[in-house]
Write a protein that binds this ligand. Structure first.
Ligand SMILES: Nc1nc2c(c(=O)[nH]1)N[C@H]1C(S)=C(S)[C@@H](COP(=O)(O)OP(=O)(O)OC[C@H]3O[C@@H](n4cnc5c(=O)[nH]c(N)nc54)[C@H](O)[C@@H]3O)O[C@H]1N2
Ligand SMILES: Nc1nc2c(c(=O)[nH]1)N[C@H]1C(S)=C(S)[C@@H](COP(=O)(O)OP(=O)(O)OC[C@H]3O[C@@H](n4cnc5c(=O)[nH]c(N)nc54)[C@H](O)[C@@H]3O)O[C@H]1N2
Ligand code: SF4
Ligand SMILES: [Mo]
Length: 888
């Protein structure tokens, strides 16, 4: 990059809730961007994980939505906005305000979110706005609200360096909050007394730093933490002084928690000694942090799990002081901002909600709303049911992909198919949800948009624009504002820029927020007069930011005062419940779902970065060796998974990190990248009764081998539209696309003919090398133009396929050597050529075979030695667990 033409701009990563600061060097002319961690940002102090580091690779315009579209044709903004406003007004006139809805996302910026919420609740007059945070954080929100009287995260990241015991519950932080995880790893390495307990049915990469892993039975966390409360009481490890002075409801919670270690061990299917060890560590360490995420939230007893954890912190008074406390790790970059503006359908705005008439009046007064909503709207799953039933007739989906991420995802498809008006705002032209849109609105994405996000520790940071918008893309707040104006609400939506919205949001947070009216935790009133230049310069700051705490506040509740009416924290009596849909004879296995290290959700951005696709290229199902034997599944073969709601196909990965009786599937694949990899179709729509969060981690399924007649792969310099094979997966590589294929019917029974037809002109333009062995059922083809590799295609009926790594590497070469051309159809490197194997370290592109041979030949013993030798693991550190596994 031309150093002279670059400008350095500070912004925030658009992926996880760690909320890392980024320094981007930007060349506006060439759209080139270089990313590095912001050394001054308090969330990461310069570190980034593999996803953050690869952001520059995701900025291409190729698949972006560049223009508004109505019914499949390009339109002007004016026409599209008019169409949406007219469509919504028409439905409201005919069927009332409850017939329309917005479904938003924790990936909207706070300013976008604020305006969407204001439009729906304040002016359309219905609370039918919900967000994907319902699938993510709502159990934590509900748990906080029950215990603290407000949705408050008490602690902060600085606690990581002070804690003595980390309890990670239902969190695979090594992959999902990697920069925080590295910080915890460093704290543990710096102080050998620090202990880490990981509570997760699977053995995950996070267990790499665990002193104790509790592979509990799926869904049994409430029992485990109830047992802990009981133990703490029995051992007299509770703080009577704190309980008396600052809490209520202890006696009832303790009664409900009466479970001894043997009962807990049996119910959670754990070794009693392990349970005892965990309990005694918790009792014995004052500075305990309980970090929890989706293994807790995404459960039909998610809210109770949250409160069972918080109960133990209240009983010991370990909250609000340095190095301790319950800490809900937020998922999305602005999960927290969405909660601040009231994006969930039962919230109002600025941490006020429909349960209080005074709140409703207050927000109506502030907004000048003529017809503010007075009761909660549909929550996410209920909303799509209401669409399916025809109760909601117009829906506007922003920054989320529900056809993939909601449970019973085929029902979501059907609902959208039936819905008279579907509007989708997205950055990408083709997503599984966009396919159902009557109107598509091009939103500016990260690198183009401008506003604020709030991370897990309540820290508000700026996302700043680096580049000009793609095509006609506009900020989400602008799109919503324009529709609001066309619906006749112009006076309340005068915004010309993000800062005006931020100021209003900040002002509402301080509005009648005093002793007389009742104090609310969320208060950033000190920012209510922020001028554009100050907003531009805004430094990361933790709320509350008000008169009392002008520079923000790291921790809350240190004074033992809470936001309940009595000012005391509430214990919740928790009765452990089994998941709603237990496994049975027909569906004997528990399906668990979650995330991979290098992909983000529905892959609309991460799958564009070739280096992020190498770690786990294909949808897979992780199966315990006993189950693999029981169901006749071989490692790397294909399997069909079925639940009462749907079916999918995935590659089998046999692993003893999985419990027998459970299987794990990553949540990421969509119809854009795999023909049968959309796991959402399997997921049961059971909900937590309090938070309405779906039970995404527990669906009864069955599994069986799927033995297609043939399997194969295609590597191609050009992108192909694959049709024909029942199973295909598309993987973008560096200079090539890889397609994994399988089917029962050979398209046309004649591979050369199918290929010729399939590859079009490219297929006939250049000479092929071919090899067909009809007896063995294999066919191989390779095509090079001027010695540059264009296409490779291998199929086999006996699965005799070579590794892909050497062949894919050849696409980086401008010219193949003669011995490489000769070797092409063997799929194996010519003798003496190193084969790097599957990528382990995606930052430095170091493969498994390279690692294995260096470890063997140089006698490397530790991941640090490997790092010194090959650089692997020395940037983001996310692959350290895998490097360590190779060292064993
Ligand atoms: N790489 C990457 N990082 C991400 C994301 C991403 O898409 N990719 N998404 C972000 C978002 S939005 C979120 S919400 C977070 C999620 O972050 P995490 O919650 O850490 O991630 P998950 O993989 O969804 O689930 C965590 C773990 O819960 C375990 N689990 C399942 N059932 C139970 C149970 O009953 N009890 C317990 N204790 N554990 C259980 C699973 O085995 C899994 O390992 O990640 C954020 N970070
Ligand atoms: N089974 C199962 N299901 C799950 C989960 C699980 O663990 N298991 N996890 C759940 C959780 S925690 C979450 S958070 C969800 C995530 O699921 P989704 O929210 O559905 O997934 P994303 O891929 O993040 O969708 C974001 C969409 O917004 C687009 N986009 C990106 N930036 C912008 C922007 O600035 N403006 C607009 N308008 N669009 C933008 C992207 O291109 C993409 O299409 O999935 C949930 N579903
Ligand atoms: S940990 Fe990774 S994904 Fe999360 S904010 Fe930091 S760089 Fe982004
Ligand atoms: Mo999430």
């Amino acid at each position: 990059m031309d150093a002279l033409a670059t400008e350095t701009i500070k912004t925030t990563c658009p992926y996880c809730g760690v909320g890392c600061g980024i320094e981007a060097q930007v060349n506006a002319q060439t759209r080139q961007v270089r990313i590095q961690g912001d050394p001054e940002h308090p969330a990461n102090f310069g570190r980034l994980c593999s996803k953050g580091s690869a952001l520059a690779d995701t900025l291409e315009l190729k698949d972006r939505l560049l223009q508004p579209r109505i019914q499949g044709r390009d339109s002007s903004w004016d026409e599209a906005l008019g169409f949406v406003a007219g469509g919504f007004l028409g439905m409201i006139a005919k069927y009332g305000p409850e017939s329309v809805a917005i479904y938003g996302s924790g990936q909207l910026l706070t300013e976008d979110y604020y305006v969407a919420n204001k439009l729906m609740k304040g002016f359309i007059g219905s609370a039918n706005i919900d967000t994907n945070s319902r699938l993510c954080m709502s159990s934590s929100v509900a748990g906080h609200k029950r215990a603290f009287g407000a949705d408050t995260v008490p602690g902060c990241y600085d606690d990581y360096e002070q804690a003595e015991l980390f309890v990670l519950v239902g969190s695979n932080a090594a992959w999902c909050h990697p920069v925080s995880f590295q910080r915890i790893r460093a704290a543990r390495e710096a102080n050998p007394a620090v202990k880490v307990v990981v509570i997760d049915p699977r053995r995950t990469a996070t267990c790499d730093i665990a002193d104790l892993h509790l592979p509990l039975a799926s869904g049994s966390d409430a029992l485990l933490f109830n047992g802990l409360l009981h133990y703490l009481h029995e051992q007299d490890a509770i703080s009577h002084r704190y309980i008396d002075a600052h809490t209520e409801g202890f006696a009832a919670a303790l009664r409900a928690a009466a479970a001894g270690i043997d009962q807990v061990a049996a119910g959670c299917r754990l070794d009693p000694d392990d349970v005892r060890r965990f309990y005694s560590w918790f009792a014995g360490h004052e500075k305990v942090m309980s970090l929890y995420s989706q293994g807790v939230n995404q459960s039909s007893s998610g809210t109770d799990k949250v409160n069972a954890i918080i109960n133990c912190h209240l009983a010991t008074g370990r909250i609000g002081r340095p190095g301790m406390g319950p800490f809900s790790l937020t998922g999305q970059p602005n999960a927290m901002g969405g909660r601040e503006v009231g994006g969930l359908s039962h919230q109002l705005a600025a941490h006020m909600d429909f349960s209080s008439a005074a709140d409703i009046e207050r927000v109506a007064r502030f907004w000048g709303s003529p017809n503010i909503a007075r009761k909660p709207g549909y929550s996410a799953v209920e909303l799509f049911d209401a669409i399916d039933e025809g109760k909601v007739k117009a829906v506007w989906i922003m920054a989320t992909n529900p056809v993939v991420s909601l449970p019973d995802a085929d029902k979501v498809k059907r609902a959208l198919q039936r819905c008279p008006l579907v509007v989708v705002s997205d950055c990408m032209a083709r997503t599984d949800t966009a396919a159902f849109a009557h109107v598509l609105l091009p939103a500016q994405g990260w690198s183009e948009k401008d506003g604020t996000v709030t991370n897990s520790e309540r820290r508000i940071s700026r996302q700043r624009a680096l580049l000009d918008p793609a095509g006609e893309a506009r900020p989400d707040w602008w799109i919503i504002t324009q529709v609001a104006r066309r619906m006749g609400f112009g006076q309340a939506f005068p915004y010309q820029s993000a800062v005006e919205i931020f100021r209003e949001h900040a002002a509402l947070s301080g509005y009648e927020n005093d002793c007389e009216h009742g104090r609310r935790d969320f208060d950033i009133s000190a920012l209510a007069d922020l001028q554009p230049a100050a907003y531009e310069q805004l430094q990361p700051i933790q709320w509350p930011v008000n008169q009392a705490h002008a520079q923000g506040r790291a921790r809350l509740f240190g004074d033992g005062r809470f936001f309940t009416d009595s000012g005391k924290a509430r214990f919740i009596a928790v009765t452990p419940r089994a998941p709603v849909n237990p496994p049975d004879q027909d569906y004997p296995l528990i399906l668990n779902t979650g995330r991979l290290r290098d992909q983000w959700h529905t892959m609309t951005r991460t799958a564009i970065a070739a280096r992020l696709n190498q770690h786990r290229p294909e949808p897979f199902v992780e199966v315990h060796p006993d189950d693999a034997r029981r169901y006749g599944l071989e490692n790397k073969s294909l399997a069909r998974l079925e639940s009462r709601w749907g079916a999918m196909i995935a590659r089998v990965q046999v692993s003893d990190g999985q419990q027998s009786g459970s299987v794990f599937v990553p949540m990421h694949w969509t119809g854009q990248y795999a023909s049968q990899g959309r796991m959402g179709v399997l997921i049961n729509p059971a909900l937590d009764p309090v938070s309405k969060q779906p039970e995404s981690k527990h669906t009864p399924v069955r599994i069986r081998a799927w033995q297609p007649r043939w399997q194969g792969f295609m590597l191609s310099r050009a992108e192909q539209a694959i049709d024909g094979p029942e199973y295909w997966v598309k993987i973008k590589g560096k200079q090539f696309y890889r397609y994994e294929l399988a089917g029962d019917t050979t398209p046309g029974e004649d591979w050369p003919a199918w290929l010729r037809q399939h590859l079009g002109d490219a297929g006939t333009a250049a000479k092929w090398q071919e090899f067909q062995d009809t007896g063995a059922g294999s066919y191989r083809m390779a095509q090079a133009v001027d010695n540059r590799l264009e296409t490779v295609f291998f199929v086999s009926t006996d699965n005799g396929l070579p590794e892909r790594s050497w062949l894919t590497g050849l696409f980086n070469k401008p010219q193949l050597a003669p011995e490489e051309i000769t070797a092409l159809l063997t799929g194996m490197p010519p003798l003496g050529t190193p084969d790097t194997g599957a990528v382990v370290c995606s930052c430095f592109n170091v493969g498994e075979k390279t690692l294995r041979s260096a470890i063997r030949e140089k006698g490397l013993k530790t991941h640090q030695e490997v790092g010194r030798c090959l650089k692997a693991g020395t940037n983001c550190g996310s692959c350290i667990p895998e490097i360590k596994a190779l060292l064993l």
